[in-house]
Design a protein around this ligand. Structure first.
Ligand code: C5J
Length: 241
């Protein structure tokens, strides 16, 4: 049904003389991004969400589906590094004293801050072994790492300042989970005037129907929130850039 809305003109105007890359197969229309103004945002690829014994598992979820998106996300990350793009890694991570964790969040997710497994440490707490980003997409020195207390990566963080200071106008987004932290961040970015593309096979959810619906909501009504494309298409566009 999303296709009944007229598509937007495509991500970005080309921005004057800036060289522009395109992903013609993106949904709902061609995604164009000025090569020098696009950043990759890797959302919450942390053990808390991917590991058996982590936070996602403590909430009662089967965490295995999330592994599917890791290979595509690693491929996009490698391509973005080769293209010299700014790279941001986010983690849902609370301060050890939990002062940035609202009482309502703790009441609904009492596992936060608890130790279920000594080797993993306190769930969803910054600096704990279980809060680390998984090896396949671990940050390199010089890449931006944002600890965020909420679902959206812009809430109560310096992400917007980091992006603005680099002149970023377009975002390519991977991460978990699609309908929670990825979708919230995409909507926050959209409201702040960024054009964005979510890499469809480099994001995953514990609930397949939530992932599918979220990607549809993003591209609906002529890219009301943004665009989607497959990782191979994004990698090809970054390689051409
Ligand atoms: C959740 C996230 N699902 N990173 N966090 O609580 O999506």
């Amino acid at each position: 049904p999303w296709s009944r809305w007229a598509p937007c003109s495509g991500g970005g105007s080309g921005d004057g003389d800036q060289p522009v890359a395109t992903i013609a197969s993106a949904r709902p229309s061609t995604f164009r991004f000025p090569r020098a103004k696009c950043a990759l945002v890797m959302i919450d690829w942390q053990r808390d969400f991917l590991d058996v014994g982590g936070f996602g598992h403590a909430l009662g979820n089967d965490v295995t589906p999330l592994q599917k998106a890791l290979g595509p996300a690693a491929a996009v990350l490698a391509a973005a590094r080769a293209a010299g793009m700014p790279i941001v890694h986010t983690l849902e991570a609370h301060r050890p004293d939990m002062s940035d964790c609202p009482a309502a969040k703790r009441a609904r997710c009492p596992a936060i801050g608890t130790v279920q497994d000594e080797a993993r440490g306190r769930l969803l707490v910054a600096g704990e072994p279980g809060n680390a980003i998984v090896d396949a997409v671990a940050p390199l020195p010089g890449e931006i790492v944002i600890h965020k207390p909420g679902k959206g990566a812009f809430y109560n963080t310096n992400l917007e300042a980091e992006l603005r200071s680099r002149g970023v106008s377009h975002l390519i987004i991977t991460g978990v989970t699609t309908e929670v932290c990825v979708q919230t961040t995409a909507r926050e970015a959209n409201d702040r005037g960024f054009d964005l593309l979510v890499v469809a096979d480099a994001t995953e959810s514990y609930f397949p129907q939530f992932k599918a619906s979220t990607l549809e909501m993003i591209v609906a009504q002529g890219a009301i929130v943004g665009w989607t494309a497959q990782s191979t298409e994004v990698v090809d566009a970054l390689a051409a850039a």
